[in-house]
Each structure stands twice: as C-alpha cells, then as structure tokens.
Design a protein. Sequence first.
Length: 135
Amino acid sequence: MFRDPTIFRADLFKGQVAFVTGGATGIGLHIAGELRLLGAHVVLGSRNAEKLEAGQAQLEAVEGPGRVAHHVCNIRDSDSIAAAVDWAVEDFGRIDLLVNNAGGQFPSPVVAMPEKGWDAVIETNLTGTFRMTQA
C-alpha cells in the first residue's frame, strides 16, 4: 500500500511527531505512511475508533523508526480536540507537525443545499481546521 519515498531524504522527519487528522483512511493514511517512511512518529486522528485501529495496523506494517499511535478526534468538537492533543503531547512529548487532512463535503448544487449541510461543511473544513491549528 505504501511506497518508498523517491524524492525525499529517508530521515527527513526523523524523531519528529506528526499528528494527521482524517488519518485513518484515504489521503490522510497515505500521508501518515509517507511521514512514517521519512522517520516521523505518527499519531492518527479520526472520529471512528475501528478505522483508526485498522489504519494503525497498516502503518505498523511499514518499516520505519517511529512509533504509530491513534486517538479518536472529532475536529468539530473542541473537547475532543483538546483530549486528543493533550494525549499526544503526554505520550510523545510534543507535536511537531500537523496535517489538517480531515474534512467533509455535502455534494449538492448550492441552490438545493440545505443550510444545515452548509453549516456542517463550514464547521468541519474551516472551523475544525482552525481549532486543530490553535490547539
């Protein structure tokens, strides 16, 4: 699933701690895999504990010097963010890199999009990113 890096130095992120939101699947998981290959410790954050466990298992199969861990983190909930960040800092000592990958969409023509759908997209993609960066 993950490839060896081609253009980056193998130890580019050696010893650094990366927190990847939306890191349990898809693009986020692949970014986390690349960071692991480049030497980083990786913390996966996502709303779904089962997907986090599966993502962590996939990353642990990748040879790399860093540790892999996960914590449930809903970027639409400040308390969830605080708990995940506090846990990562306690367990790893710090966070050096944040990949704000979590996001969502409400596929709909704008004229048909309900206000609730719009609010959910803004809350996730903008406010959630802001909250994670601030934390």
